[in-house]
Ligand binder design. Structure first.
Ligand SMILES: Nc1nc2c(ncn2[C@@H]2O[C@H](COP(=O)(O)OP(=O)(O)OP(=O)(O)O)[C@@H](O)[C@H]2O)c(=O)[nH]1
Ligand SMILES: [Mg+2]
Length: 380
């Protein structure tokens, strides 16, 4: 199997379970989500811009299907916003930005929790508004609607733009707060927040919208891993196994080499990683301490354990059984790294999985983009 085929296999295990649990997605598309879809569909014709919010880790899989359907009939300008760039590999975000620009969408990568970033993004939005005002000078109020799948960060972005945009305004002290939560499906209605004056710019925060049917199992798996779907659909253990398969085929863990006394083989290809030292024991030197904000002993221990587990593995990762054997070994070393007390195997594995997912989703286990840029036949 190729690397892509191995990852697809792991994604399918998760995606199939999600689809089964969610009845092909039907139970995710609640009456409340149907109402939100109607509300967005009705509003779209009257807004000036649609901010098509994507998760930078899955720029294609996080596309809101409703928006794709509405775009052909709507005249509003669509801007692609890649949110959570702090969790995605930076150089790849640039490539994705160029990809969407080639598709004729103005595009911006943003971390909704970073003030400077939001300030820049607000400047970018104002430049788009100036271009619109040139064509239609009588416009004094501009509306932008944020649309996206659940948990992509719409409310966090709306809040940040509102707070930064109104910081020096008379309304200071009178700021609104859209509800932000790691649980998908938190926003229940459309809410308007002012982000600028002269001209007035309003952002509409909307509820997250999924398609009535989740068809593609790989997309399901990616949505589940990044937190757009509730974890109990796939189960935390299956999600953590999927994440570990992504990690095993990625280069991110190689950055943790300095935490270990292990050495990486010289080969630049990590599809078939072999160890130079075949045992986890026998440490002779103290690991070098990384001086970043992740300097947390558990995180360092997790990174070191994963690095050592992958580099000491002698099997062929392209064979399903071997990949699963490595993942099992990783779970075993993670139990120690997370300092979990002994207990029933199932409970401990569940705890490992929950903790591992939390570290992945807060960016402490590297930066990943799970989608690949489509190859345009014309570019080949
Ligand atoms: N690391 C990181 N986390 C973010 C970012 N933006 C939002 N989040 C987190 O993502 C989670 C979801 O954010 P929300 O703003 O509630 O997402 P939403 O799209 O409004 O979700 P729904 O209302 O459920 O559709 C929260 O835990 C946020 O703190 C970002 O740029 N980077
Ligand atoms: Mg929200």
């Amino acid at each position: 199997m190729t690397k892509q085929e191995s990852l697809l296999l792991m994604a399918k295990r998760v995606g199939d379970t999600v689809r089964k649990m969610a009845g092909d997605g039907k139970s995710l598309y609640t009456p409340f989500m149907a109402a939100a879809s109607n509300a967005v569909s009705q509003r779209i014709a009257s807004v000036d811009f649609v901010l098509d919010l994507r998760d930078a880790r899955i720029p294609l899989s996080s596309e809101c299907e409703l928006l794709r359907r509405l775009s052909s009939s709507s005249s509003s300008r669509r801007i692609v916003v890649l949110n959570k760039v702090d969790l995605a590999s930076r150089s790849n975000v640039k490539e994705w930005t160029r990809y969407f620009e080639r598709e004729s969408f103005p595009t911006f990568g943003v971390n909704s929790h970073n003030k400077d970033n939001i300030q820049e993004f607000l400047g970018f939005l104002q430049s788009q508004v100036r271009a619109l005002k040139k064509a239609e000078p009588e416009r004094h109020t501009i509306t932008m609607m944020l649309v996206g799948i659940p948990n992509v960060g719409k409310s966090a972005l709306a809040n940040s733009l509102h707070h930064i945009g109104r910081i020096s305004a008379a309304e200071k002290g009178n700021l609104k707060h859209a509800v932000v939560s790691p649980i998908p499906g938190e926003t229940k209605g459309i809410c308007s927040l002012k982000v600028a004056s002269h001209p007035s710019i309003y952002i509409l925060d909307t509820p997250g919208i999924l398609p009535p049917q989740l068809i593609d199992v790989e997309v399901c798996a990616k949505l589940a891993l990044t937190g757009a779907l509730r974890d109990n659909l796939a189960g935390e253990k299956a999600l953590a196994q999927y994440f570990l398969s992504v990690l095993n085929f990625n280069h991110e863990y190689q950055k943790w080499e300095k935490l270990s006394t292990f050495e990486l083989p010289n080969s630049g290809n990590n599809d078939n990683v072999l160890p130079r030292i075949g045992s986890f024991e026998n440490k002779t030197s103290t690991p070098e301490i990384i001086t970043d904000h992740t300097q947390d002993s558990v995180v360092l221990s997790v990174r070191r354990s994963l690095f050592e587990a992958v580099t000491s593995f002698r099997g062929n990762l392209r064979e399903e059984e071997e990949l699963l054997r490595l993942i099992k070994a990783e779970f075993d070393v993670l139990k120690k790294a997370f300092k979990l007390p002994t207990g029933p195997e199932e409970d401990i594995e569940h705890k490992v999985a929950v903790k591992l997912l939390n570290l992945f989703r807060t960016g402490r286990l590297g930066h990943y983009i799970l989608d690949s840029i489509p190859v345009n036949i014309k570019d080949v």
